[in-house]
Design a protein around this ligand. Structure first.
Ligand SMILES: *Cc1c(COP(=O)(O)O)cnc(C)c1O
Length: 235
């Protein structure tokens, strides 16, 4: 099978999974967006998915992403940065991407704001729902203060929340998703313009159905769409 056919089949399987998960919990499937996580995958894959109608792509590694963004400049793609943010990369991220999912501290938000030109950058706050010490993400306790700080920054547009839970069991995962949804509703209630706070980025290949049943509006799918990634060491 050629690569384009393979990607087309994977995309159809994911689309069906999203529709079924939505209908199982009485949600409109159109309220859930697929973010294609293309890290480590060649721009030819992105081009083929674009030809099939996919428009949003997520990347984790800044330099790799910037190379692909430049290569595919003529295509109407919405680029999402979903990797860990180092301060010295904020300028590139702010100028090359349309969305950033992983903002977890004020200093980073402020640097992104300073570097942004043109339309405001769409921002999601990454929340550390498991409170794992090793992980990025603001703690639920500090979330509100960070949201308020971001509202004040003119070149950023706070759109919602994101999490990368690291569960030991299905129950833990469900609890983490419920917690993020609860925090989302809380912040939305306080948001000066709640209608623009509309995105809950939650769910990956292994928990797409669960995340949708808990209210996700954007699922970030890599493996199920592109196939397994090579171990990072070999890249
Ligand atoms: C790699 C990655 C994904 C995609 O994960 P899969 O399990 O391959 O679907 C989603 N979100 C983030 C933040 C990632 O780094």
């Amino acid at each position: 099978m050629d690569r384009a056919t393979e990607l087309k089949q994977h995309l159809a399987v994911i689309d069906t999974a999203i529709r079924e998960a939505a209908s199982n919990c009485g949600r409109n499937p159109e309220s859930i967006q697929l973010l294609a996580v293309s890290k480590t995958k060649p721009s030819s894959d992105i081009q083929m998915l674009h030809a099939l109608g996919q428009r949003s792509f997520g990347e984790n590694y800044v330099q790799e992403a910037v190379d692909k963004i430049h290569e595919l400049q003529g295509l109407d793609i919405e680029w999402h940065y979903i990797g860990h943010i180092q301060s010295n990369k904020t300028k590139l991220i702010a100028t090359e991407f349309d969305w950033v999912h992983t903002v977890d501290r004020e200093k980073i938000a402020s640097r992104l704001n300073d570097a942004r030109d043109g339309d405001p950058l769409n921002i999601l706050i990454q929340v550390n729902v498991d409170l794992a010490e090793t992980k990025s993400g603001v703690s639920p306790t500090d979330l509100k203060a960070l949201a308020i700080a971001i509202w004040k920054l003119p070149h950023l547009k706070l759109r919602g929340l994101m999490s990368i839970p690291d569960p030991v069991s299905e129950d833990d995962l469900q609890r983490a998703h419920q917690q993020l949804k609860g925090l989302f509703e809380e912040i939305k209630g306080d948001h000066p313009t709640p209608e623009i706070f509309d995105t809950l980025s939650m769910g990956m290949t292994n928990d797409l159905e669960l995340a949708i049943s808990e209210g996700s509006t954007m699922v970030r799918i890599g493996t199920a769409l592109f196939g397994a990634r090579a171990p990072k060491e070999t890249l």
